[in-house]
Design a protein around this ligand. Structure first.
Ligand code: TPP
Length: 264
């Protein structure tokens, strides 16, 4: 083996500065770690290191304050968008984001989510849709698929009793306060690149003062789904994306500022 000189070694991949150098508590195959990294990349990329305030939820990511290297506020279950509203209105020069699960955002916090979007608050939401209440033991969430087994729907979700799964992107897309809305499964390197593209726009929606932005990540919860991590990824690509189609639902960011200049 030829000897490698120090100057020949190039760093091609590194931990974002905004992601703490600390082991995560998440289960094997859980998508929270990947989504944390993508959020931290955005903070680095936009130079928001000293300007960011995160609001973290109740749920598996309740300890996310340990992982983001920025100021972090803990909100009670579902109330992160209301807390973000208060912080952003008080400190409008900060980048304020919430990081929320589907139980948090679409169940107990549904009202806060809708009204924050309806008011067009200039906050950014990173939404982890894993279709289940992960932390509390795998109970049914509003996003659980029809027929999906959970601890509170052991025979599979019966939509005659519970109604069908709630599609948050479609639900929010009618509100004029929404500047950016997109959904992406975190299942492949290609999709992670698309996620980065969407998340950049969700950050721009806030820093350019355009309004409310949300990126929904279709995430895996192998332990509560009773699958191994590979099966969970396959399940997202084959089944979850049919109920929750990926793509951009609202985009009032492209065409603004930089893009407009590019087009002319
Ligand atoms: C007011 C209130 N109600 C219920 C709970 C119990 N609780 C804690 S986490 C959670 C669900 C979390 O699920 P989700 O938001 O989907 O996040 P995940 O754990 O899957 O990441 C619930 C119901 C609580 N802590 N507070």
């Amino acid at each position: 083996m030829p000897e490698v000189q120090a100057e020949q070694i190039k760093c091609v991949f590194d931990r974002p500065r905004a992601l703490a150098d600390r082991p995560h508590h998440y289960c094997p195959g859980c998508s929270h770690g990947i989504f944390h990294r993508l959020v931290a990349e955005m903070i680095d990329e936009f130079g928001l290191f000293d300007k960011t305030i995160a609001i973290v939820p109740v749920g598996c990511s309740v300890l996310a304050f340990n992982y983001f290297e920025c100021d972090v506020m803990e909100a009670s279950h579902g109330r992160a968008p209301a807390v973000a509203t208060g912080i952003k209105r008080t400190l409008p020069d900060r980048f304020v984001f919430t990081y929320q699960g589907d139980g948090d955002l679409a169940s107990i916090g549904m009202s806060e989510t809708i009204h924050t979007a309806a008011r067009g608050e200039k906050v950014t939401i990173f939404f982890v849709n894993n279709g289940i209440y992960g932390m509390t033991g795998g109970q049914m969430a509003p996003t659980t698929l029809e027929g999906q087994k959970s601890t509170t729907s052991p025979a599979g979700r019966d939509i005659a009793l519970t109604g069908p799964p709630i599609d948050m992107c479609t639900l929010l897309s009618s509100l004029p306060g929404v500047a950016y809305l997109a959904r992406i499964p975190l299942t492949s390197p290609k999709n992670l690149n698309t996620a980065r593209k969407y998340m950049r726009k969700a950050v721009r929606a806030q820093i350019e003062g355009l309004g409310f932005a949300l990126v929904e990540a279709l995430c895996a919860c192998p332990v509560q789904w009773g699958m191994d991590p590979k099966q969970a990824i396959k399940h997202i690509d084959e089944n979850v994306t049919k109920v929750y189609p990926p793509g951009e639902y609202v985009d009032r960011v492209s065409g603004n500022g930089k893009d407009k200049a590019k087009a002319s």
